[in-house]
Structure formats: structure tokens, C-alpha cells
Design a protein around this ligand. Structure first.
Ligand code: 13P
Length: 252
């Protein structure tokens, strides 16, 4: 109940300082729906976070795209959850499929990361999603349930977690899940939370969709019963991100 619409922009490994400046000024100039109906979080690459955080209007928040699995130390190249908390960065994306696939992050490792980030006071956008092969084999629900379970097993509260369903075959491909496909998995994920955690968790946890969301397909998706927002990749670098934020009005 009371699930506030959530729109995240995952910039991935993109942007020059000039481009970042431009995106920030577009966001600062854009109109958001009135009535506090949407939470907007953008996730720039680490090096641009301080700039974006200081220049972006205060109702938009920032997220890191990853963090280390435990306390910082001798882990060359990593950024710790403590550092993010220390800089006042409220959110972190964990378990994105690109990290799972390209950096071999296992379900268990993702679960550990989510738990550690939460323990440091961060809020987490936790990503799950099946590959095309898994979908075609009919194992979508088993895959996303196992990914969600690995997180659920390690955490004691879902209060600061947003669950992002991102089918791998829809990421960066222009192939968006149909409203039926998205609603089906979102409803199943909510059912999974209901059965395996608590009814209140299922009712209050936001389940957002990611995968080729753009200014034209966002409205229809936003209308789905169990879809509480988006995690946007490519289109979050463009002015149409403002249109995606406006899709929150559909829920009013
Ligand atoms: O991976 C995504 C967001 O995290 C989605 O990326 P695209 O919107 O570019 O498909």
C-alpha cells in the first residue's frame, strides 16, 4: 500500500563532464508531476556523483551503480558502502545483470552486497531478471525467485529495498517486455514476497521494471497494477527521461 512511483535513471558507464552538465540542466529545468507522487533517483558513474549531487535539484536523489560487498580496505578499484554513506549518497544499485554477467556476481554475492549496503544505511535498488534462454526454457519465475531468495535470505527488512525486474533480453535491445509479460512477472514476484516474507512486505515493496523503457512505452507500462516505477538505461541520458517521470501521473 502507498507505493510511491519510483523512477531511476541508470547512466551506466556513459558520459563526459560536458554531457553530464547537460543532463543535469535538463533535469533541473524539467517539470515533475505535482503532489509528491514520484521519487526520482539518478545513477551517474562514481566520478560524476559529487558534481551531480551538488548541482541537481534537491528533490532528485543520486544512486551509485555498485559498491563493495563488505567493509572497505585493501580492495583496489572498489568503492565501499561506507564511502557512499559518508558522502550522503542515499541509494545504490546492486545486482544489475551487467554486473552479474560481466563480473560474475553470483546470487549469493548479490545477497551479501545488498545486506551490507543496508547495514550501512543505504537504500538499495536490487535487480533481478532472466536471460532470453531462460525465458524460452520456461524458467523465468524460477530464476527471478532464486535471485530474490538469495537477497531475502540475507536481509531482515525490505523497508529500504526497491526490487527491479529487468529481463536481460530487454536491456539495451529496444525489445521491451509486453505489458502482459511485465505484469505477469511483477505479480509473481509480489506473490513470492507474500509467501516467503510478510504480507506487509509484499504490499509495500516497490517492484519496478527496466528494459528499453522510453518516452513512448512508459505510459502503458506505468498503468500496470503491480508495476511501481522504472529503472531506465539509455533513455535516462536523454530529455525523454522527463516524460518517463511524468508517467507517474497514470497512477494518480
Ligand atoms: O539496464 C537497464 C537499467 O538498469 C535498462 O537499460 P535500457 O533502458 O537501456 O534497456
Amino acid at each position: 500500500m502507498g507505493r510511491k512511483f519510483f523512477v531511476g535513471g541508470n547512466w551506466k558507464c556513459n558520459g563526459t563532464s560536458e554531457e553530464v552538465k547537460k543532463i543535469v540542466s535538463t533535469l533541473n529545468a524539467g517539470q515533475v508531476p505535482s503532489g509528491d507522487v514520484v521519487e526520482v533517483v539518478v545513477s551517474p558513474p562514481f566520478v560524476f556523483i559529487p558534481y551531480v549531487k551538488s548541482e541537481l535539484r534537491s528533490e532528485f536523489h543520486v544512486a551509485a551503480q555498485n559498491c563493495w560487498v563488505k567493509k572497505g580496505g585493501a580492495f583496489t578499484g572498489e568503492i565501499s558502502a561506507e564511502m557512499l554513506a559518508n558522502l550522503g549518497i542515499p541509494w545504490v544499485i546492486i545486482g544489475h545483470s551487467e554486473r552479474r554477467a560481466l563480473f560474475n556476481e553470483s546470487n549469493e554475492f548479490v545477497g551479501d552486497k545488498v545486506a551490507y549496503a543496508l547495514s550501512q544505511g543505504l537504500k538499495v535498488i536490487a535487480c533481478v531478471g532472466e536471460t532470453l534462454e531462460q525465458r524460452e526454457a520456461g524458467t523465468t519465475m524460477q530464476v527471478v525467485a532464486a535471485q530474490t531468495k538469495a537477497i531475502a535470505d540475507k536481509i531482515s527488512s525490505w523497508d529500504n529495498v526497491v526490487l527491479a525486474y529487468e529481463p536481460v533480453w530487454a536491456i539495451g535491445t529496444g525489445k521491451v517486455a509486453t505489458p502482459q509479460q511485465a505484469q505477469e512477472v511483477h505479480a509473481e514476484l509480489r506473490k513470492w514476497l507474500q509467501t516467503n516474507t510478510k504480507a506487509e512486505v509484499a504490499a509495500s515493496t516497490r517492484i519496478i521494471y527496466g528494459g528499453s523503457v522510453n518516452g513512448s512505452n512508459c505510459k502503458e507500462l506505468a498503468g500496470l497494477q503491480d508495476l511501481d516505477g522504472f529503472l531506465v538505461g539509455g533513455a535516462s541520458l536523454k530529455p525523454e527521461f522527463m516524460d518517463i517521470i511524468k508517467a507517474a501521473e497514470v497512477k494518480k
